[in-house]
Ligand binder design. Sequence first.
Ligand code: C2E
Ligand code: CA
Ligand code: CA
Length: 559
Amino acid sequence: MNTDALIRSSRRTVLVVEDEATNRELLGYILGESYDVLTAVDGVEALEVLAGHPGQIAMILLDILMPRMNGIEFLKRRQQDDTLSRIPVIVLTSDKDAELETLKLGALDFITKPYDMPEIILARVRRIIEFVEDRQIIQDVERDELTGLYTRGFFFEYCRRLPAPPRGERRDVIAVDVDHFRLVNEVYGKGFGDRLLCAVADGIHDVVHAGFGIGCRGDVDLFYVLLNQRRDYEAVYDALMRRVHQLGQSNVRLRMGVYQGVENTRPLEWYCVAAKAACDTIRANYTRGVVLYDDKLHERELYNERLIADMESAIAQRQFTVYYQPKYDIRGETPKLYAAEALVRWIHPELGFISPGAFIPLFEENGLIAKLDDYVWRQAAGQIRDWRDRLGVTVPVSVNLSRMDFYDPRLKERLLDIVKENGIPIESFVLEVTESAYSQNMDQMLKTVGELRQAGFHIEMDDFGSGYSSLNMLCLMPIDALKIDMKFVRNVASSSTGYRMVELVIEMARALGVPAIVEGVEDEAQYRLMKQVGCDIIQGYYFSRPVDAASFEPLIAGK
Ligand code: C2E
Ligand code: CA
Ligand code: CA
């Protein structure tokens, strides 16, 4: 049987709230043939049962006169609760006067005691359930026009009506998200964006039809699927990616989050949010496509929310500190201090020392990064000035630009202002731009970076080798140094191809006529290898970890 038919034919659950045992039994008997029946002896217990079966109860049959919490009071409580007020109520009564009041409180129909007409009771219950469900369906537009998948509202409604999985079987929720969809749309055009969404939807269609499941387009570029538990999520992901690659753009990427073992203790929406959170953890991670949700992730999510909430006040309270890590020129006999990189740290009054890896990607997501970067740039420029004044030395300091910074049309002016305000040579205020930013929005990057260089800034391409930049792009892109991604150094000792890779990158830097900077050199052995392979500048723990400005000064003095 397909999923739709299953939903329509599934048994609904009805809750009977009645203090008299014989009446409860009688109603249970009458309804039991067509419905699953739960019972409660008063309003208080009814609320407990409802809380224990979220999204499962299709109708409430409610007595009025009951101890502890009577029917009227229960109806008042129900009205205040969005979820509960969606569940229709039929009032069980022998009291004509109470009818009007219960109607005002949202009851839809009455069944009068004594219960001597089972067929009428059954017919009323069925009619009301159908009526409410149909109304709900009509309110939601069933399918998404572009992709043909269910819309969000309809998806959740359908999932609610699904019968529970057979004993011993479980269901999972997956969330699929297009990485940087807005950029993709911008770079390749809206037509491509639409085709991409349809390709993902087709892939989801395949998954759903191969087994049991329901899928929907939950938001612009976000999809949810409820499906029977499986283990091969990597294969599901690969199948979706194959669909995407058929469109001919190899650097479009999906992310997939999985919540395994959905239960009745929470509404399905919660599990979808959790699956989405799992897939959000690999936003900046180009090596993983699939993540499973777990408790650790939940904690991390709370932690991340905290960081976002605290960011603005942290800037105001100057909790962010800029550290400096030296870059050494190793071309001569003895290594010489060449420059420094400004790297931000967060000293949080309660959470302690936080490294940028924990908050930069978060702030890049929601645009907060622009404000933080501005703060770091000003600190760094002020530091260059301070060292010039006090030590008589101009140490070039590079700052990091995030891809978000390039969305600001005033970027160049802002940077020029900072240089001017601090009265420092423009070439001492170096800009690091990560390679992945180039590859994601090439035309605009070419233009902006070109303008920045024209204005006199020196540009270093950061994390080279971690993105997808083509050789062609490298030749077009005006840069002043190539910073080789740390992973190459990691691989140099362990494999001969690793060594060959570094050699190749250095050859590229030579071809471009710019120095090659190698990051992440940690020990003597790596240092020797790098010198041997011909790299020009080295930044890494071997020379120094990033340190605060005061600790950096001795390095300048020793220059
Ligand atoms: P990045 O720009 O690639 O910075 C280099 C990172 O490598 C730094 O991590 C540095 O501490 C680390 N590192 C340097 N030498 C070694 C080594 O020998 N071994 C190892 N294992 N690591 C080394 P950090 O400071 O944690 O920064 C991480 C990333 O956060 C940076 O990567 C950069 O992308 C970002 N970031 C840091 N500060 C800022 C900022 O002010 N603005 C923006 N937009 N991003 C920043
Ligand atoms: Ca950097
Ligand atoms: Ca780097």
